[in-house]
Write a protein that binds this ligand. Structure first.
Ligand code: THU
Length: 159
């Protein structure tokens, strides 16, 4: 029998359709993206995380001459958050990535390894994390939880 997963996401038309907090997350992700250390791919990614106490944590991708030693923006940011604010819930994660010199782009979603890492923090805090991934032009895709982006996910319940 063939079965399907249905993935729910919201397509937000433009920056103007964001609320004030979302606009701040977009702006901060864009700003930190400029500081990405990505000399090998020249693909720069910025991430902004909103905590339940209102604090915003930002990060960018960090590459390495030994390529696999580098790390995506999402994991750089969420690991820093987990290390420094282990008791504070994460409400939203906003990511924007594109080639450094690009002037337009499409919304680029978190890679598989980042989805798995984000899932771990959802499980840890027993609460959803809203995921936003944005284009340079302002079109944004939003999911209510990382589970929408990671069907058949592996978690601690299998251990
Ligand atoms: N990258 C991210 O930072 N996040 C993703 O979800 C996908 C890829 C980074 C890793 C590498 O530095 C560059 O983008 C090209 O893959």
């Amino acid at each position: 029998m063939e079965k399907q997963f249905k993935i729910n996401f919201e397509a937000i038309e433009s920056y103007d359709h964001l609320d004030a907090i979302e606009k701040t997350l977009f702006d901060k992700a864009m700003q930190i993206r400029d500081l990405a250390y990505a000399p090998y791919s020249d693909f720069t990614v910025g991430c902004a995380i909103l905590l339940e106490n209102g604090e915003i944590i930002t990060g960018s991708n960090q590459e390495n001459a030994a390529y696999p030693s580098g790390l995506c923006a999402e994991r750089t940011t969420i690991f820093y958050t987990g290390a420094n604010f282990p008791e504070v819930k994460i409400k939203k994660l906003f990511v924007i990535g594109a080639p450094r010199k690009a002037t337009s782009s499409i919304p680029i979603p978190p890679c598989g390894a980042c989805r798995q890492s984000i899932l771990e923090y959802e499980a840890k805090q027993k609460d959803d994390i809203e995921i936003y991934f944005a284009s340079l032009g302002g079109e944004i895709y939003k999911t209510k939880s990382i589970r929408e982006l990671l069907p058949f996910s592996f978690d601690a319940s299998y251990l």
